[in-house]
Structure formats: structure tokens, C-alpha cells
Design a protein around this ligand. Structure first.
Ligand code: NAD
Length: 254
């Protein structure tokens, strides 16, 4: 499949996990890619895996820094002249304290990256899509944004916010043919969840990982990337404002 030939896609959090899998598949399907992450080493590794001949721009930055987002978007337009796809995927989990022990600074940091970062990219990229009456935005939310107990309370609130932002942005941008959707991954082995996996394996609990979902296994980053690419592609041309669980059925029994 080569659904993204002549298309330009920005992927945040492209230096690891789901973002890396998304960027690599976009490049295999013909896209020029803009790789954004705060980790330079992660971006280099992703860049090394791109399909031969892929046009790429990479930027080490913090997605919650509006001036940096604005400057990046200007550079992307100067380099490629268009933005077809935006994958808002960078995220942090933070610690998991009970609500009575929350640290306000950590709450603000999680909201800044997961929710405000997503908003800032939509704010600065969408006008270029509106001008062409063409564009697809896919935000990485989480099952934690749908059901309680699936994450720390700041993380869950940030992902619930991403789902709501997906809906409101879809309403604002739909008349200009800019679609906005989200994926809600279940448990996936990535940098973010490495500690959980390491702990489970070290304590003979590996069989429990993902066991609570209907498919009785955890997911792979490539399985989330596949759903992101579907929503970003013309195959999803009549889908907007939706948050698609990609969770092995974890939310099926809600
Ligand atoms: P990951 O840690 O492997 O990748 C996240 C990437 O985002 C990292 O490369 C990190 O450097 C980057 N990043 C973090 N903060 C940033 C910032 N301020 N600016 C720029 N880059 C930043 O984790 P992942 O699991 O691949 O996470 C991708 C997305 O998937 C996140 O939004 C996460 O919340 C979501 N998610 C993950 C899971 C899971 O089980 N892994 C489940 C549901 C949702």
C-alpha cells in the first residue's frame, strides 16, 4: 500500500514507540515526514529506519513550547510547501499517585505536553490545511481517557481532554475538509511502559500483561500505527471527530 505518496506528515513523539512506528510506516507508504521529539538520539534512530529516498526533516523540541511549534510549522512550509497529515502523538505518563497526593506541578507538566501540546500543533498546522481544504489530524489519546482506573489521574484527565479536543477541533475544521480523529491505545510495549513490562517479566507476571482485554494480549506499536495511518488516509475520508479504541477489546465491555 502506498497511500501517502506526495503527502507531507508531521509526527510528534517520533523518537520512540508508537510515534516511531507511525513515522516509519508513513515513509514506507510514500510520505515525506517531519519527525519531532525532545530526544535527539531517538530521532536519529527513527531517521535511520526510514524507507530509502524518504524526504525528512527532524526537530528536537518540546511540543508544549508554542514559539517552537510556530517556528517548526514555518520551516515545514518553507521546506515542503504543504502539510497533509498531523499525528499528535508525543506524550508522558508521570507518576500514579492517588488524587489526594497529587503534585500540582506534575499535573501541569502532563497537561502541558499531552493536551496543550496537541492543541498548539492543531492551532498552527490547521490554517495551512484549511487554506488547501485538505488535511487529516490524528491525536494519540488512550483508553485511560475513556475509562477510569487505566492511568494516573493527571494522565487520564489529559487523555480525556485530547478526546474532547478531537471532537471540538473536528467541529471547527470540518467545513474546510480537515478531519480530526483520535486513537485510544490499550497497553503497548514502548518506552513509556518499559518499567511495567520489566517489572512483570522480572516477577513472573508477564502472562498477565494485557490479559484483561478480550484478545488476552498487549498490543504492538505497529498495530497502533496501522490505525493511525487508516485515520490519516483517504480510506477514512468520511470519518471525523471520532476516538477509536485500539485496545484488543479492553473497552468492549464498558
Ligand atoms: P514512548 O515514551 O515510547 O514515546 C513517546 C515519545 O514522546 C518519546 O520519544 C518522548 O521523547 C516524546 N516526548 C515526550 N514528551 C515530549 C515533549 N514535551 N516534546 C516532544 N517530545 C516528547 O511512549 P509511547 O507509548 O510510544 O507513547 C506515544 C503516545 O501513545 C503517548 O501519547 C502515550 O500517552 C500514548 N499511549 C501509549 C500507551 C502505551 O501503552 N504505550 C497506551 C495508550 C496511549
Amino acid at each position: 500500500m502506498k497511500r501517502f505518496i506526495k503527502k507531507v506528515a508531521i509526527v510528534t513523539g517520533a523518537g520512540s514507540g508508537i510515534g516511531r512506528a507511525t513515522a516509519l510506516r508513513l515513509s514506507r507508504e510514500g510520505a515525506s515526514v517531519v519527525l519531532v521529539d525532545r530526544s535527539e538520539a531517538g530521532l536519529l534512530e527513527t531517521e535511520n529506519g526510514l524507507a530509502e529516498g524518504t524526504r525528512a526533516l527532524k526537530r528536537v523540541m518540546d511540543v508544549s513550547d508554542e514559539a517552537a511549534v510556530q517556528a517548526l510549522v514555518q520551516d515545514v512550509m518553507a521546506t515542503f510547501g504543504q502539510i497533509d497529515v498531523l499525528c499528535n502523538n508525543a506524550g508522558i505518563a508521570g507518576s500514579h499517585p492517588p488524587v489526594t497526593e497529587n503534585d500540582a506541578a506534575e499535573w501541569q507538566q502532563i497537561l502541558a505536553v499531552n493536551l496543550i501540546g496537541t492543541m498548539l500543533f492543531i492551532k498552527h498546522v490547521a490554517p495551512h490545511m484549511q487554506a488547501r481544504k485538505l488535511g487529516a489530524i490524528v491525536n494519540t489519546a488512550s483508553v485511560a481517557g475513556i475509562r477510569s482506573g487505566a492511568g494516573g489521574n493527571a494522565y487520564s484527565a489529559s487523555k480525556a481532554g485530547v478526546i474532547n479536543l478531537t471532537q471540538t477541533a473536528a467541529c471547527d475544521l470540518g467545513s474546510d475538509n480537515v478531519r480530526v480523529n483520535a486513537v485510544c491505545p490499550g497497553l503497548v510495549e514502548t518506552g513509556m511502559t518499559r518499567r511495567v513490562f520489566d517489572y512483570a517479566r522480572a516477577n513472573e507476571k508477564a502472562h498477565k500483561l494485557g490479559s484483561r482485554c478480550e484478545l488476552r494480549r498487549y498490543g504492538a506499536a505497529e498495530e497502533i500505527a496501522a490505525a493511525i495511518l487508516f485515520l490519516a488516509s483517504d480510506d477514512a475520508s468520511y470519518i471525523t471527530g471520532q476516538a477509536l479504541p485500539v485496545d484488543g477489546g479492553n473497552t468492549a465491555s464498558l
